[in-house]
Design a protein around this ligand. Structure first.
Ligand code: FNR
Length: 382
């Protein structure tokens, strides 16, 4: 399969885009098939990717009548930062795969739309350059490096560049592309690299003794453990969030350990295939950490209605992974900004029709389990 982009990113918003999810429908025109398979895919049989989407379709939103929402807004405070809306850009590695300027464009969009941005350790652009363009809520997503000095250096660079939090991802110690993505033959191109790791020596493959497991003694040898998290909490002055939490016991333990907030996530289905949908796990995590403790959610959010359901089930805000990449591929910063604008309007319209003037009005009582015959997954509108 050819790995060259069918069409370069546009310098304008293409006609016919009517909802945020339309960017997903357009992506195949702008992303070569093997790259698209790598981005869209998860791991294994993509069971968790599918579950993430199904979980949203399992809920309906109650329309409510005669409510005065003329003072309505979507404002919130997150990590001490005032935000105009609860839509953040998720950390997504190697954005140069879909746009020559990669993460710089996403940062411009975040700035323009007042959206928070979480930059991946595996970004294809320098974290300092991205920080200079992003809006006030910019956080750094950390992958522990095999050598602690490298992890510390990354954290200190993020602090110096003005990132406001460290979001450490703990659910992806093993990542193997799904069977479908492997069949598409994706190979990381030579010109797309994790530039922020270039200065650090990379671990060479561990020599296994006879009888050793390639998984336990190999791939998992450098995976983070509890003492790594405790070390990180003491090594940075920034608040530390953990991304990749699904089990309520983990959530309780992380809160008790001093973690500032959690991202309920299954890595967009790219970690453990068969893990529950993020949305399905959210209510138990909220119950475990209690009200008021910061919780974000990602995984399968494709519309403002989806964002509403996540907020109703206990999230303070949502992160957008693949939608961000699709919009970036279609029209760079303009596309990402437009996608965010559409999503925000979709959220506002859902709030208004559900009788919610503010995010504080959104709660579990706004939802009903989807009744037989209720609309299923929303199809893209173009
Ligand atoms: C990711 N994700 C991710 N997460 C992370 O913590 N660090 C990373 O570097 C990446 N890289 C990455 C690359 C690609 C191509 C994808 C699709 C995803 C996971 C991401 O932050 C988020 O959890 C999911 O993408 C959310 O699901 P949706 O919105 O893509 O359905």
């Amino acid at each position: 399969m050819r790995d060259t982009a069918p069409q370069p990113p546009l310098d304008h918003i293409p006609p016919g885009i009517r909802c945020a999810q339309d960017y997903e429908a357009l992506a195949p025109r702008f992303i070569a098939a093997p790259r698209l398979a790598y981005i869209a895919g998860g791991s294994g049989d993509d069971a968790t990717v599918a579950a993430n989407r199904r979980a949203f379709a399992a809920w309906s939103v109650w329309p409510r009548l005669l409510r005065d929402v003329r003072q309505g807004h979507t404002r919130l405070a997150l990590g001490g930062q005032a935000l105009a809306h609860p839509l953040l850009l998720a950390p997504v590695a190697y954005q140069q795969l879909v746009h020559p300027a990669g993460e710089l464009e996403s940062a411009r969009a975040a700035q323009a739309l007042g959206a928070g941005l979480v930059l991946s350790t595996l970004a294809s652009r320098r974290l300092e350059d991205v920080a200079a363009l992003a809006g006030p809520l910019r956080w750094f997503q950390l992958y522990f490096q095999p050598v602690r000095a490298a992890t510390l250096d990354l954290v200190q660079r993020a602090e110096a560049a003005g990132y406001g939090a460290i979001v450490v991802t703990l659910d992806a110690s093993i990542q193997v592309a799904s069977r479908a993505a492997q069949a598409a033959g994706f190979q990381m191109p030579a010109d797309c690299r994790s530039v922020n790791l270039a200065a650090y020596a990379q671990a060479s493959a561990r020599a296994l003794a006879e009888g050793d497991s390639r998984v336990f003694q190999g791939l998992m040898a450098d995976a983070p453990r509890l003492d790594d998290l405790d070390w990180l909490l003491g090594a940075t002055r920034l608040p530390v969030w953990v991304k990749g939490v699904l089990h309520p016991d983990d959530a309780r333990m992380l809160r008790a350990r001093g973690v500032h907030g959690l991202v309920v996530s299954n890595h967009g289905g790219r970690g453990l295939d068969g893990a529950p949908a993020s949305l399905a796990a959210l209510p138990a995590v909220r119950a475990a950490v209690g009200p008021g403790y910061p919780l974000l959610l990602d995984g399968g959010v494709r519309s403002g209605g989806d964002a509403f359901k996540a907020l109703a089930l206990g999230a303070d805000a949502v992160l957008l992974g693949r939608l961000q990449v699709y919009a970036l591929a279609v029209a760079g910063a303009l596309g990402v900004a437009h996608m965010l604008k559409l999503l925000r309007e979709e959220l506002e319209a859902t709030m208004a029709l559900a009788g919610c003037a503010t995010l504080a009005d959104i709660g579990p009582g706004c939802l009903s389990p989807a009744l037989p015959g209720a609309p299923g997954e929303s199809a893209p509108c173009c």
